[in-house]
Each structure stands twice: as structure tokens, then as C-alpha cells.
Design a protein around this ligand. Structure first.
Ligand code: GDP
Ligand code: MG
Length: 323
């Protein structure tokens, strides 16, 4: 089966040589409030050529965002859903689960909007991270938005958070001013993250950039709804292909094609005035929102491909290549 984004027809850069001696690898939890620039930074780090998805990890504690392989290290970037939502973390149990989620990574990257002074949300996350014995790096993003003369004051507001209050030990977490949009500061940030990783071999093939299974999982969620809501010959004639997954701020947009074999099946699937397709889309979207832990916009197209089940090339395209 195609790996990473290859199935999307995108070019994958040649894998760098990974010298096992001195190579480092590990997990980086990417933490930060919505809109601080997490997706932008991931795109910047991994390379503009690839689209980044938020694949579903095996556990609900983390979600795989991207895998970044350099000549010296491999970083597996993970999302920790929920930690950016302090109001959801009021319960002691939830705090506990966020702590254990960030406790099993090698380094935490806290991304903040450095063009704004540190706020209560940032203070909350820092307090939570204080309780976990994991190295932390803080990236102060959006440096390009800072007016001349303001930089020092803004930096000081974040420095105050890690210096701590009375009776709290000061933390030695490095602060990295960056601009995720143009990449300024990101090489130094990357070096700092790599330095926190343990020695070890690559965990994923070097050309992995985003996770294939997510597309398949989302396609299955749609197919499941088709099976629930249609009868007769339709279920067997249906295949679903997820064309694109686009992160748009806190929202995730998913574009998918539902393939059937005949125009009559297409008519059943669409239903009267589009009612059937709307219902399928609505139910699938609700499931996807659980996966992404946030709002999802789902667009479904229906396409007729006569006898797709008998065409090997079509089967492979739809993810049934048997490999
Ligand atoms: P996320 O919700 O944390 O994933 O944030 P996004 O990566 O989606 O970014 C939110 C918005 O901030 C987008 O409009 C980005 O273009 C913008 N943004 C991200 N990084 C920077 C930056 O360094 N400078 C500026 N000016 N805008 C940025
Ligand atoms: Mg995002």
C-alpha cells in the first residue's frame, strides 16, 4: 500500500540517509491553543510540498500530525487533544489524563501566539506542564506581527510564566521566537527539539510525512453510514475515496467521493431532493468530529464508475490493492 501522501499523487522528497550512529528519534507533543499556528509550523517544518493531516493514532491520548525525518533525527509530532482547552480540564480526572498523555512523550513543544502577551490560557498550560517531568520548549510564534520596540515586553511576559510565582522553582525551558509563516527561527527550534530526543533508530520509514490510515478510517466512517442507510444492491457497489483533508483553523474539511457502479445506484444514494446523501453526510460528520475532537465540514460527491469492482486499477485507486 502507498505510504504517506503518495496516494494523493504528491511528490515525496528523497529520504535522507539515516546514519544509525548518533541518530535520535522520539515523540514530540505539540501543544497550543487554536490558531496559534500549529498547522502552519508543521507545514513549515515538514516542508511546504506536503499536505499535513491529523491522522488518528492508535490511542485517543495522541493524534499523529506528521513525521519529520532529517539526517540526524526523526521527530514524530503528536497532537494532544484537549490540553489547549482549559475549560474542559477543570475536573481533576481530566487534568490527570492530560498529565499522563504528555508524560509519555520525549519532549513537549508549546506553541503560543508571541505577538500577544501571555494570557490565562498560557499560564494554565504552563502550570499543567510543570507537573510533568518532560522537557519543554516554548515557541513564540508570529514574530512578524510584533511592532518595533514591543518584543522585549512580550518576551518578558512569557519569561515570567516559566520563572514561576512565589515558592515555585524557575524552569529552564528555552523560549524560541519564530515565524511559522516564513520559517524564521525554525532551524534553531528544530535543533533544540532534536537535542531533547533520546538516541534511537527511525520509528517510521524515512519518507513518511502523513499517515495513510487516516484517509482509510474516514472513508470507512462514510461507507458505514451508506451501509446503514441504503438497501438492496447499493451497499456492495459502494466504495469511498477520501480526496482531501484540509485543516482550516480549528475546523477540518474533508472532501470525499462515493463511487457506485450504476446511475440507478447513484439516484438511490442521493435520495429525494438529496435527502439520503445529506443524512449519510450528517451521520458520518458526527463520527468524524469525535475523531478530530473539533468541528468538521464534510463534502460528499457521488460518482458512477461502471464495473469498478472488476477493474484492478480502480480497485487499487480505491484502496483495495490487497497489499
Ligand atoms: P492552529 O489552529 O494552531 O493550527 O493555527 P494555524 O496554523 O491554522 O494558523 C492560524 C492562523 O495564524 C492562520 O491564518 C495562519 O496563517 C496564521 N499564522 C500562523 N503562523 C503565523 C506567523 O508566524 N505569522 C503570522 N502573521 N500569521 C501566522
Ligand atoms: Mg490547526
Amino acid at each position: 500500500m502507498a505510504r504517506g501522501c503518495q496516494a494523493w499523487g504528491m511528490e515525496i522528497p528523497a529520504p535522507p540517509s539515516t546514519d544509525p550512529a548518533g541518530f535520535r528519534s522520539g515523540f514530540v507533543a505539540l501543544v497550543g491553543r487554536p490558531n496559534v499556528g500549529k498547522s502552519t509550523l508543521v507545514n513549515q517544518l515538514v516542508g511546504q510540498k506536503v499536505a499535513i493531516t491529523s491522522p488518528v493514532a492508535q490511542t485517543t491520548r495522541h493524534r499523529l500530525r506528521a513525521v519529520l525525518t532529517t539526517a540526524e533525527a526523526q521527530l514524530v509530532l503528536l497532537d494532544t487533544p484537549g490540553i489547549h482547552k482549559p475549560h474542559h480540564l477543570l475536573g481533576q480526572r481530566l487534568v490527570q489524563s492530560a498529565r499522563s498523555a504528555i508524560g509519555d512523550v520525549d519532549v513537549v513543544l508549546l506553541l503560543v501566539d508571541g505577538s500577544q502577551p501571555a494570557g490565562r490560557g498560557d499560564a494554565f498550560i504552563v502550570q499543567l506542564l510543570r507537573q510533568v517531568r518532560v522537557p519543554v520548549r516554548i515557541a513564540l510564534n508570529k514574530q512578524d506581527r510584533i511592532a518595533a520596540g514591543q518584543a522585549e515586553e512580550l518576551l518578558a511576559s512569557y519569561q515570567a510564566l516559566i520563572d514561576g510565582g512565589e515558592g515555585e522553582p524557575a524552569l529552564d525551558w528555552p523560549l524560541h521566537p519564530i515565524c511559522a509563516l516564513d520559517g524564521a527561527g525554525s532551524p534553531a527550534l528544530l535543533d533544540s527539539l532534536i537535542a531533547a530526543l533520546p538516541p534511537g533508530p527511525a520509528l517510521y520509514p524515512a519518507d513518511t510525512v502523513c499517515d495513510q490510515p487516516e484517509q482509510l478510517l474516514l472513508a470507512e466512517l462514510i461507507r458505514e453510514q451508506v451501509l446503514h442507510q441504503t438497501r438492496e444492491e447499493v451497499p456492495h457497489a459502494v466504495a469511498v475515496r477520501v480526496e482531501r483533508i484540509v485543516e482550516d483553523g480549528p475546523r477540518t474539511a474533508v472532501l470525499a467521493t462515493v463511487v457506485v457502479e450504476r446511475a440507478s445506484q447513484k439516484a438511490i444514494l442521493i435520495g429525494k431532493g438529496g435527502a439520503m446523501l445529506r443524512e449519510i453526510g450528517r451521520e458520518a460528520r458526527l463520527q468524524m468530529q469525535k475523531v478530530f475532537d473539533g468541528p468538521v465540514y464534510l463534502e460528499l460527491f457521488v460518482k458512477v464508475i461502471p464495473h469498478w469492482r472488476r477493474q484492478p486499477a480502480r480497485l487499487a485507486e480505491l484502496g483495495y490493492d490487497g497489499a
